[in-house]
Design a binder for this molecule. Structure first.
Ligand code: NAD
Ligand code: UDX
Length: 476
């Protein structure tokens, strides 16, 4: 197989940049260029002199960017980056389609297609094109047709699928020591040789036995299925949390007892206010759409329920807040602790906190939001409807953004924990001081099971926790 010396990555986002940075960091003899259509994003990657100035927050990311300027480069000159590379990762966004056929379910492959067309148009030498974006099963086929129909005579393209399994907040750790690297290729000599070239790059730091190869379609489908299975565990435990609240069982105890069974395992069984993030919902809906397209309605309905349960969890939690606060939120103040979809990221895509904030605003409640990493501008973007100016004015009537937890909770009737930031734990934050400044009775709704409720109850708080008995029901 061919030894790769130059790699390019199209898409300098949450996946493209950390992945390429780790590849460059671990492969000194490889030149890696990350290209993006957003010149603004590229200049932030080039010019950031510290962690805070990077376009995304990800622990450890700034350290692996030490190779910037040496064998890691960022550019907005996409054509030059394509032309020079032997291997090209396509790591562009694949959001859920908003309009047209499959709207609300199917993946919008417009960005993948335009990146592919660009490669076909520009390339004057053979390229290995790697699908890094999460795509529906059989997208590689479409990419191949586009490349073959538009490429220059004599230029050959090989397509690989190499889905990314990193999770935000732990991206660098996940990339440095992945459970597996999956490479899908066509089952012929050229395909296998291309897969071997890519495997050689990962082998710079990943043990060979963790680099697995499959056919392209299995690889594409495995990514959707891995996310569906992970999200399914969360929806399952969240469904159980509803039973716990009504019976006196404790969801943490149930998860622990069940998770000790090695066949079940302890991970991804933390009940919550609902999963968020840019992947789970999008990828399950993608799987649902695929199942429907294949005339498998029962299969589609089975996976769709994972997303429906997640929506139910968010509205169920909202209802519990309203009921506990004497059935009205009008004129009250809620401090929303956390806006990111999970801790250790500034990303808010599909964050449960967005749904909660909107629900509270609907009830004409003042909401004060504090998150350690989410930028203020992002919160306003998430709380307003795109293109509707009045929606921002409306949001600003009810929502304020606080500089810390104390400011958010001042004169509030309740605290709602939406993100599990360590800084919100009762071992980190002075809840006694917060309690003094709140309206009484002062409520805390723990949507992430991070607090010691007994300790907070002793301070005077009324504590309501997902998956634990509601205080109006007592089974003692
Ligand atoms: P992102 O929106 O952060 O980044 C995508 C980038 O691609 C943007 O900066 C955009 O400007 C750029 N882009 C779009 N079209 C382009 C083109 N033609 N040429 C060059 N650049 C172009 O998205 P992301 O979160 O990095 O996700 C990328 C893909 O990876 C998606 O398919 C996603 O499903 C998948 N994925 C994401 C995660 C995650 O945790 N975010 C994890 C695994 C897989
Ligand atoms: C996910 C997959 O984990 C990753 O492999 C894939 O590449 C991209 O999608 P990500 O969305 O970044 O990663 O974060 P993840 O840790 O999976 O959390 C997703 C959501 O589920 C978060 O809102 C998180 O708070 C929630 N969650 C996670 C729970 O509610 N309970 C859990 O037990 C685990």
């Amino acid at each position: 197989h061919k030894k790769i010396t130059k790699v390019c990555c199209l898409g300098a986002g949450y996946v493209g940049s950390p992945t390429s940075a780790v590849i460059a960091h671990k492969s000194g003899d490889l030149q890696v260029t990350i290209a993006d259509i957003s010149t603004e994003r590229i200049s932030r990657w080039i010019n950031a002199t510290n962690e805070k100035e990077l376009p995304i927050y990800e622990p450890g990311l700034f350290d692996v960017l030490e190779c910037r300027g040496r064998n890691l480069h960022f550019t907005a000159d996409i054509d030059k980056a394509i032309e020079e590379a032997d291997l090209i990762f396509v790591s562009v966004n694949t959001p859920t389609k908003k309009k047209g056929m499959g709207a609300g379910f199917a993946a919008d492959l417009g960005y993948v297609e335009s990146a592919t067309r660009r490669i076909a148009k520009v390339a004057t030498s053979d390229k290995i094109v790697v699908e890094k974006s999460t795509v529906p099963c059989r997208t590689a086929q479409s990419m191949r047709k586009i490349l073959e129909a538009n490429g220059k005579p004599g230029v050959h393209f090989d397509i690989l699928s190499n889905p990314e399994f990193l999770a935000e907040g732990t991206a660098i750790k996940d990339l440095l020591s992945p459970d597996r690297v999956l490479i899908g290729s066509l089952d012929n000599d050229r395909g296998k040789s291309a897969a071997a070239s890519l495997a050689e790059i990962y082998a710079n730091w990943v043990p060979r036995e963790r680099i697995i190869t499959t056919n392209v379609w299995s690889s594409e489908l495995s990514k959707l299925v891995a996310n569906a299975l992970l999200a399914q565990r969360i929806s399952s435990i969240n469904a159980v949390s509803a039973i716990c609240e009504a019976t006196g069982a404790d969801v943490d105890e149930v998860a622990y007892a069940c998770g000790l069974d090695t066949r079940i395992g302890p991970k991804f069984l933390k009940a919550s206010v609902g999963f968020g993030g840019s992947c789970f919902q999008k990828d399950i809906l993608n799987l649902v759409y695929l199942s429907e397209s294949l005339h498998l309605p029962e299969v589609a309905a089975y996976w769709k329920q994972v997303v429906d349960m997640n929506e139910y969890q968010k509205s169920r939690f909202t209802k519990r807040v309203i009921q506990s606060l004497f059935n009205t939120l009008t004129g009250k103040k809620i401090a929303l602790f956390g806006f990111a979809f999970k801790k250790d990221t500034g990303d808010t895509r599909e964050s449960a906190a967005i749904a909660l904030a909107k629900n509270f605003v609907q009830e004409q409640c003042q909401v004060s939001i504090y998150d350690p990493k989410v930028e203020e501008q992002q919160i306003w973007l998430d709380l307003s409807e795109p293109g509707v100016d009045s929606s921002l004015t409306e949001a600003k009537k009810y929502v304020t953004i606080a500089k810390d937890a104390f400011e958010a909770a001042k004169d509030a009737d309740a605290i709602v924990i939406a993100t599990e930031w360590d800084a919100f734990k009762d071992t980190e934050l002075d809840y006694e001081k917060i309690y003094e400044q709140m309206n009484k009775p002062a409520f805390i709704f723990d949507g992430r099971l991070i607090l010691d409720s007994k300790k907070l109850e002793k301070m005077g708080f009324k504590v309501e926790v997902i998956g634990k008995t509601r205080s109006e029901l007592s089974f003692e």
